[in-house]
Design a protein around this ligand. Structure first.
Ligand code: PMP
Ligand code: GLU
Length: 394
């Protein structure tokens, strides 16, 4: 077998792989509690679905402009203005097949084999592999040294003449940490000082718990705005993971180049999903708000439950729908049985029938991530099984 050097050491996505495995176990009759992928368990709101059905019936089924239909681009500009205080025009926007593709496009367009791209561990699994797919070198900053927060100084220490980009993600997957305005301003000063590009992945923007607030670095000043790609999407906020709608805003000339990646690979995202996206962005805030307040209740439940589980510490989530748990003590005390977080997850899935994601996949060995974007019943079942596991190995 001959494969490209760039792909030789690209790994799988644990989030998608474990979820697929757990779903197939469930389909075959095993009662698995699935707390794996960050995928809202809610159905897409009805008015959004209706608009897609109408698009099909109206024959809105052809190619659209690659960057997206003008009405959707205008709504995205409005969203950026109203929610994020960023002024973009249609020419600054690209709609893609999920925020995943938005990030991929930017990395492909801007990185060379000589480039370094800084990511902050723990990081979302796909950042690392997408960087490798460009041939660039990922450079990792360990945020556990700073309580999982954004430390501009520590990042600056890793900047070299080869640094091309930095990716940040707040609210964060997998930790649930939200960066403060002060942290983000200090960070953006460093980015501007060194003239490097930044992807600000804001996909969990709306899933945030009081008193925490979301800030977009591109709103701070024109310099950081020109260096930043602000990435967002509809998967999480509107329970639309399968519709594949993500988008970005950025400086016009950089966005033109980024658009070429999509032009020559996938063209526009689905015309029908774009009509659904228009409907989603027109819904009243209560539509997403109902789901977000449900995540808030589940978050409380998960925190209260895990506080009573001995030997497992966790990061109290400020946003997103993940709980990141420290299993290092348990792994350490059971070295002969468990080599790492992945072997703990395998045991949990195969014997305790609960699907969770190993921290190693996020660059945080010894930790485990659960997603509480599942029904409360599923969460209760899953947590009690995790508790049984902890009792057994303590
Ligand atoms: N960024 C982060 C941090 C994520 O967790 C995900 C996973 N859904 C994405 C981007 C991509 O989401 P999508 O492609 O569904 O828009
Ligand atoms: N982003 C979600 C997660 O972290 C969905 C799966 C994926 O695309 O990685 O679980």
């Amino acid at each position: 077998m001959k494969i490209s050097k760039r792909f030789a050491n690209v790994g799988d996505s644990s989030t998608l792989k474990i979820t697929a495995l757990a779903k197939s176990m469930k389909n075959k009759g095993t009662d698995v509690a699935i707390l794996a992928a960050g995928e809202p368990d809610f159905d897409t709101p009805n008015e959004i679905k209706e608009s897609a059905i109408k698009a099909i019936k109206d024959g809105f089924t052809g190619y659209t402009p690659v960057r997206g239909v003008p009405e959707l681009l205008e709504l995205i500009c409005e969203k950026f203005k109203n929610d994020n205080n960023i002024e973009y025009k249609n020419e600054n926007i690209i709609v893609s097949t999920g925020a995943k593709q938005s990030i991929y496009n930017v990395l492909q367009a801007l990185c060379d084999e000589e480039s370094e791209v800084i990511i902050l561990a723990p990081f979302w699994v796909s950042y690392l592999e997408m960087i490798k797919m460009t041939g660039a070198t990922p450079v990792i900053v360990d945020t556990s040294l700073d309580n999982f927060k954004l430390n501009a100084k520590r990042i600056e220490e890793k900047i070299t003449s080869r640094t091309r980009m930095i990716i940040i993600n707040s609210p964060n997957n997998p930790t649930g940490v939200v960066y403060t305005e002060k942290e983000l301003r200090e960070f953006s000063d460093v980015v501007v000082k060194h003239g490097i590009y930044c992807i600000s992945d804001e996909i969990y923007e709306k899933i945030i718990y009081s008193p925490h607030k979301h800030y977009s670095i591109a709103s701070f000043n024109p310099q950081i705005k020109d260096l930043t790609f602000t990435v967002n999407g509809l998967s999480k906020t509107y329970a639309m993971t399968g519709w594949r709608i993500g988008f970005l805003g950025g400086e016009k000339r950089l966005v033109e180049k980024t658009l070429m990646v999509q032009t020559h690979s996938t063209s526009c995202t689905s015309s029908i999903s774009q009509k659904a996206a228009i409907a989603a962005l027109k819904t009243s805030p209560e539509v997403a708000g109902r789901m977000i307040s449900e995540f808030g209740k589940r978050r409380e439940f998960v925190i209260d439950y895990m506080k009573n589980v001995e030997n497992v510490n966790f990061i109290e989530p400020m946003g997103a729908f993940y709980l990141f748990m420290d299993f290092r003590k348990i792994i350490d005390e059971n070295k002969s049985r468990f080599e790492n977080s992945e072997s703990v997850c395998t045991k949990l899935l195969e014997e305790y029938n609960v699907a969770v994601i190993p921290g190693g996949a996020f660059g945080a060995e010894g930790w485990l991530r659960i997603s509480y974007a599942a029904s409360l019943d599923e969460i209760k079942k899953g947590l009690s099984r995790i508790h049984d596991f902890v009792k057994r190995y303590t």
